[in-house]
Design a protein around this ligand. Structure first.
Ligand SMILES: Nc1ncnc2c1ncn2[C@@H]1O[C@H](COP(=O)(O)OP(=O)(O)OP(=O)(O)O)[C@@H](O)[C@H]1O
Ligand SMILES: [Mg+2]
Length: 326
């Protein structure tokens, strides 16, 4: 069992998730997350971005970190505890307080028939974070952290809020348990482009003032560049480049990162993970390749790339998985 230093909040090592998918009359297995390794610091909160095209395993990775999906292999520890095997109810309750999700579509997480403050009171009650009489004050304080107030929100139904406001409420709901880590999967892809930056700015404030780390999953490299500290670029289950955002996006080394920077991939809101259990032709082709999974599209491809899996190399202050830098 590998040792996780106390200085780490999240410790992920050689993490793998294998799915099987129907192909014609048979089932085919593939590694939706493959040999992923990274850690988040405990002492200094950070915004860590995971970016990549659709179908690169970002949501699968997020779901494993949230304890919603069991890893096939590898290590996934939060504060030294194996997330997939939290012993006992108490430990699980502790974990769900500590690690909170924020999803893409705030309107899908709130029922249109319930007042939106219901979710805030419910979370406060379930996690016993405020005494009965103190709940209003506490919820108002949390709403203020996302630029809202209880007065603005109380008694309103989700459809009476804008997309940006609803997403702020879902972030406030996540903050109620005083988490150390928020896993936000495409939190701004359904928010108007003009409001995206304000939400991402808020993440920065939460990191600085509330000491919460944020795993920010996105297609949007602009907000990632602006907001995050470190970034990992995912390609068909692999992390192919990872390091400080100024380096990775400022001067990308991996041909796939260079391609992403030029193509500006977009999230497809119609393709929620649940519906996407069948692979596109390109996904299927790249997931099952021998050698580098980007070889078929890479402008700098070499013979070796079609034969061997590239090693994880350290180059110019970041990790890069590419034979070009060997
Ligand atoms: N439960 C499942 N069973 C089989 N395959 C799945 C399952 N969930 C996801 N997949 C497949 O795994 C691959 C990675 O999916 P995932 O949703 O993690 O990608 P993503 O990077 O989040 O994509 P997007 O940007 O579109 O949200 C995809 O090819 C997807 O079709
Ligand atoms: Mg996803």
């Amino acid at each position: 069992m590998p040792q996780q230093p106390d200085s780490e909040l999240l410790h992920i090592e050689h993490l793998v998730k294998v799915f099987s998918t129907r192909q014609g009359f048979s089932f085919k297995r593939f590694h939706a997350v493959d040999d992923v390794t990274f850690s988040l610091n405990a002492g200094t909160p950070e915004i860590f971005t995971i970016a990549g095209e659709s179908g690169s395993g970002k949501t699968t990775l997020a779901r494993m970190i949230l304890g919603m999906e069991r890893p096939t292999a590898g290590v996934l520890n939060y504060k030294g505890c194996d997330v997939a095997r939290l012993p006992g109810r108490e430990k699980r309750a502790w974990f769900f307080k500590e690690v909170q999700p924020v999803f893409q579509d705030p309107f899908a997480t709130f029922s249109p028939l319930k007042r939106i403050d219901h979710y805030l009171y419910e979370t406060a009650r379930n996690y016993k974070v405020a005494r009965k009489g103190d709940a209003d004050t506490y919820i108002d304080t949390v709403l203020q952290q996302v630029g809202l107030s209880l007065q603005e929100v109380k008694g309103r139904y989700p459809n009476e809020l804008s997309g940006g406001q609803a997403q702020r409420v879902s972030i406030a709901r996540a903050l109620i348990t005083r988490p150390s880590l928020i896993v936000a999967d495409e939190p701004v892809s359904m928010v108007d482009a003009s409001l995206r930056m304000s939400i991402v700015n808020m993440f920065r404030e939460l990191k600085d003032r509330q000491q919460v780390s944020i795993l920010y999953i996105t297609h949007d490299l602009t907000t990632a560049y602006y907001a995050c500290d470190r970034i990992a670029i995912m390609l068909r289950g692999w992390i192919v480049e990872m390091g400080p955002v100024e380096q990775v996006l400022g001067e990308p080394l991996h041909p796939y990162t260079q391609h992403l920077k030029l193509s500006i991939p977009r999230a497809d809101p119609d393709k929620a993970w649940r519906e996407k259990v069948s692979l596109t032709e390109l996904e299927s082709d790249e997931y099952s390749r021998t050698g580098c999974r980007f070889a078929g599209r890479c402008p700098a491809v070499m013979d070796i790339c079609r034969r061997e899996v590239p090693p994880n190399l350290t180059c110019q202050g970041r990790m890069v998985k590419c034979f070009l830098y060997k």
